[in-house]
Design a protein around this ligand. Structure first.
Ligand code: MN
Ligand code: MN
Length: 310
């Protein structure tokens, strides 16, 4: 089998696997969200990668796009269901992965079902499978276990310095979807909730993850030099205020980012919540389809990544 994805993916995948392993063992009730995010990001760097986006911590119905604020005081509480979603890149080649920890026995089955559904979905992937067919496996797997998928969130193609590469992998069956290709890299990420939920996420008013969309001069010297620094550090990848407090006073950084958002130099991502405030679980792996199966880049803690699922 000739694999021609950049070798950086294997390095980033190994780093991510180690971070998953370490974080999933360590996180417990009473931990600060801020410490979890800082540790995931610091470990990524210590192992030779860069965070591809701020570590997301989603508690209960908070489903995606929440990262710790600069002085975030929130803690993991007994009864919480905690999603940790993070990215690792090496030279812009991105690994995107997530897992869920349940500190509430009422949701252990939801969390287990989500992990099983991801495994089932992965086992059906090979070169040429239709994205919508993966959605069907997720949807059927969720229903069979007494849950439902979040229908307006999906997996995605990954490209260099691009988290969403233009192809979506839905979590429900959809017609007229593209075929998955060998030597492309995809993130597969089922989100499941209970049957009494809406099964969709909606935007909340909280936004604390940003990405650069324009480098045009603003007319304000400080904002212009901030744009230059964002480009130098993150290119177009998502970032957060915590990542700029070494160069900007922490009392000022949020207002500067908000001004740049209003000027349309930055995009700000809304935190997504389940529309009926139901608990959501998520698991995510990054993989590349092959002729007979798939190489899961995020399940390679030790070796170089030649483990193939048949
Ligand atoms: Mn993803
Ligand atoms: Mn993710």
């Amino acid at each position: 089998m000739v694999l021609s994805i950049p070798r950086e993916y294997f390095k980033a995948g190994r780093i991510a696997s180690n971070v998953i392993d370490d974080t999933s063992r360590k996180v417990s009730v009473g931990d600060r969200i801020l410490d979890i995010c800082n540790e995931v990001e610091a470990m990524t760097k210590a192992l030779g990668g860069e965070p591809a986006f701020p570590c997301n911590v989603g508690i209960n119905s908070v489903t995606a796009h929440y990262t710790a604020e600069i002085d975030d005081e929130s803690l993991i509480k007994n009864g919480d269901v905690v999603k940790i979603d993070f990215g690792v890149h090496v030279n812009g080649y991105i690994i995107d992965t997530a897992f869920t920890l349940s500190f509430n026995p009422d949701y252990d089955a939801l969390v287990r079902a989500t992990e099983e559904v991801l495994k089932e979905a992965i086992s059906t992937i090979r070169e040429g499978v239709r994205a919508g067919e993966i959605g069907r496996v997720v949807e059927d797997g969720a229903k069979k276990r007494g849950f439902q998928p979040i229908s307006n969130l999906s997996g995605h193609l990954l490209q260099q310095y691009k988290i969403h590469g233009g192809v979506s992998i839905p979590n429900v069956w959809l017609a007229s979807t593209p075929l998955l290709k060998a030597n492309e890299v995809y993130a597969i990420e089922p989100f499941l909730t209970t049957l009494d939920g809406a099964g969709v996420v909606v935007d909340s008013s909280i936004r604390n993850i940003y990405s650069l969309i324009s480098r045009k001069k603003t007319g304000d010297k400080r904002l212009d030099s901030l744009i230059d620094e964002i480009w130098r550090r993150f290119k177009t990848l998502p970032f957060t205020a915590r990542w700029l407090i070494d160069i900007i006073d922490k009392n000022e950084v949020k207002s500067m980012l908000d001004r740049l958002t209003k000027m349309k130099a930055l995009h700000a991502y809304s935190v997504l919540v389940e529309a009926s405030q139901r608990v959501v679980a998520q698991f995510e792996h990054t993989l590349t389809p092959t002729e007979n199966g798939v190489i899961v880049l995020t399940q390679n803690k030790q070796d170089m990544g030649d483990e193939v699922y048949e």
